[in-house]
Design a protein around this ligand. Structure first.
Ligand code: AHR
Length: 631
């Protein structure tokens, strides 16, 4: 194989390998968003879903759910408790999201809003319970007043539970109104209040993503327009954000998850902040006036599209405007006076109808007129074949869309045969490509993680060499979906699986990580007898140089069941003396990583002798990332 290190084809876009975040499979509430209390504001369809009344030791009382829509439109319901509990054991327990993950020695911050005109003498206990209902942490709260106000207390867990619970018990006689009953671990990502689960956020940071697409996916569209994702309802104080039913709830899911709602505690501010924390460019996707085609397929009348367009314009102001602007001021008030440097935005998701083009054009005109530098991502591009897709493709090609968003959920074989998909792409006309959602789909197995086989990841790796080789066309790519809770998933495969205490990177995660952490700065040719490697002899390859680190980086995928010995001829640079590095990812093609056995498929690093002529051993079914330092 010849590597022409001094003949750069194109720059590797800095945002090339990114993340697709969607609140599916408990990715936000019950996942990345660290809140442990389910239905904290009693706004689920069944207001006490997740809650149970607790009555012990002859103590008694009752709970009434009160709705005060006129006073509080965003969060109308609260729980009014009447307490008759001389022994201190009447109250509520919350089951969390498939239980609460509680860790011994860890501090937890409890808070609630309460109003107690007739309950000033009540005393409360906040108790953490393990799976056997044994207390593993306790704290007291008292001094309740007339008038709504927050009450807070911290407690340290004395035991660990993957499926713990929270109890809030009252002693005395009186009544108290409760809302926004909340429990967070103190050690959230960057120790932020209203924060993110640190282990999951760290796994994202470790990917070194170039961008984060947010908030999806179908969730952008919503099951109907009333339940579409509206960013303005996800910012400001958490208690003033309006909860909606998740589009992946119950009948709209492949699997039933009837308790799936969006609290928006992880909203657009938290999203921008996370992107900034981990050095990823934000890539928000906005509703284009169309609900999900797999649900109602409802579209807004053209003469009522303006508020949707205004939302897009205002989001740019929220991200980038200074404090003299309405939305910039809100961002500053939320604690981030500096801009978030938003440079791109998507309009619509998987809308494959002429109605999309009509609506997209209005967005394009408005956004490009006011913010000419904002790059626009159009909805999912013409992936399938047929007259409708030809029409969409033609329209989008002649639009000012900077990117077309292509999605591919296909069998591994498709990824292998499409490694050269963009080799002959029309580079003169036509927008760039954003491979915004992709995953190789294999057959189902019993474990939740069973579709994330090494074979699927290997096929993605082979395909990704084709993306990298064509980085002048495909400038961004993200695997999808990102997260899944092992007990609350609707879609698989997914990149990261988790339960309430643990998380595991799939083989696909390690492929993403290897590409992203070794992306280099310029693509250079890697050729076999003058031809690119896109499947011949079961080999796929791409090469980059990292000009700053002075390294040539090769990605070589061997999909055959045999080892292959490869001679590399490095041209155009002088290899430095000493060791080069080969990171190898290989396993049985059916191997998976699970929470109980997380390390079956993980990269191993070995040293190889550097030089302009290198011998590389590509193990059977392996991805090899080889970094060769040069002078
Ligand atoms: O990634 C899961 C779903 O797949 C996304 O929500 C949607 O865009 C696609 O159909």
């Amino acid at each position: 194989l010849t590597v022409q290190a001094n003949k750069p084809i194109t720059n590797v876009p800095p945002n090339m390998w990114g993340i697709f975040f969607e609140d599916i499979n408990f990715a936000a509430d019950g996942g990345l968003y660290a809140e442990l209390v389910k239905n904290r504001s009693f706004e689920f369809f069944a207001p006490l879903m997740g809650w149970k009344e607790v009555k012990q030791n002859k103590d008694t009382g009752h709970i009434l759910i009160v709705n005060r829509t006129a006073d509080n439109t965003a969060n109308p319901r609260y729980a009014a408790l009447t307490v008759d509990a001389p022994n201190g054991s009447y109250g509520l327990s919350n089951e969390g999201f498939r239980g609460m993950g509680i860790t011994k020695g860890q501090q937890y911050n409890f808070s609630m809003w309460a109003n107690a005109p007739a309950g000033t003498g009540l005393q409360a206990r906040v108790v953490l319970l393990d799976e056997k209902d044994q207390p593993i942490g306790e704290a007291a709260l008292s001094g309740f007043h007339d008038g709504w106000q927050p009450y807070k207390v911290s407690l340290t867990a004395t035991g660990t539970a993957a499926k713990g619970k929270l109890q809030l018990l009252f002693k005395g006689q009186g009544s108290i109104d409760l809302d926004m009953v909340s429990l967070f671990p103190a050690n959230t990502w960057k120790n932020r209040p209203n924060g993110l689960r640190a282990d999951l956020a760290q796994m994202l940071a470790d990917l070194k993503p170039g961008f984060i697409r947010f908030p999806g996916g179908c969730i952008v569209e919503g099951r109907d327009l009333a339940n579409r994702y509206q960013w303005k309802k996800t910012v400001g104080k958490p208690e003033e954000r309006t909860l909606i039913v998740n589009r992946w709830n119950t009948e709209f899911s492949y699997r039933s998850t009837p308790d799936y709602f969006q609290s928006f505690g992880l909203g657009f501010f938290e999203y921008f902040q996370l992107a900034e924390d981990i050095g990823a460019a934000p890539l928000p996707i906005l509703n284009c006036g169309m609900a999900c085609q797999f649900n109602t397929g409802e579209v807004v009348a053209m003469n009522e599209l303006d508020p949707y367009v205004q939302d897009a314009l205002d989001l740019i102001e929220f991200a980038n405007g200074d404090a003299s602007t309405k939305w910039g001021a809100l961002r500053a008030a939320m604690g981030h006076p500096a801009p978030f440097h938003l440079t791109m935005m998507g309009v619509g998701n998987e809308q494959w109808d002429p109605q999309y083009i009509e609506r997209y054009k209005i967005f394009e005109q408005a956004i490009k007129s006011k913010y000419p530098d904002i790059k626009l991502v159009s909805s999912a591009g013409p992936f399938s074949k047929g007259p409708m897709f030809d029409y969409l493709w033609k329209e989008l090609k002649s639009s000012r869309a900077d990117f077309i968003d292509e999605h591919y959920y296909m069998p591994p074989q498709w990824f292998l045969s499409n490694a050269s998909r963009y080799d002959n792409y029309d580079r003169k006309k036509g927008p760039k490509i954003f491979a915004g959602e992709y995953a190789a789909h294999t057959k189902e197995g019993t474990e939740p993680e069973s579709r994330n086989t090494w074979g699927s990841a290997l096929a993605e790796a082979a395909f990704m060499t084709g993306l990298e080789r064509n980085a002048d066309v495909v400038q961004m790519a993200s695997y999808a979906p990102l997260f899944a809770h092992v007990e609350a998933w609707q879609w698989r495969p997914d990149l990261i699986w988790f339960d309430n205490l643990r998380a595991v990177g799939t083989p696909n995660y390690y492929v993403q990580k290897l590409f992203s952490a070794n992306k280099g700065t310029q693509v250079v040719p890697i050729l076999q007898n003058g031809a690119v490697l896109a499947g011949k002899d079961s080999l796929y390859a791409s090469a980059t140089i990292d000009a700053a680190a002075k390294q040539v980086i090769l990605k070589i995928v061997n999909v055959s069941a045999h080892p292959q010995s490869l001679q590399i001829n490095l041209q155009g640079v002088q290899a430095a003396k000493g060791a080069a590095q080969q990171q190898v990812l290989t396993a049985n093609t059916l191997a998976i990583n699970t929470l109980d056995d997380p390390g079956k498929v993980a990269p191993v690093t070995q040293s190889i002798t550097a030089g302009n002529r290198l011998s590389i051993n590509a193990a059977p079914v392996s991805l090899n990332v080889i970094a060769i330092p040069y002078k």
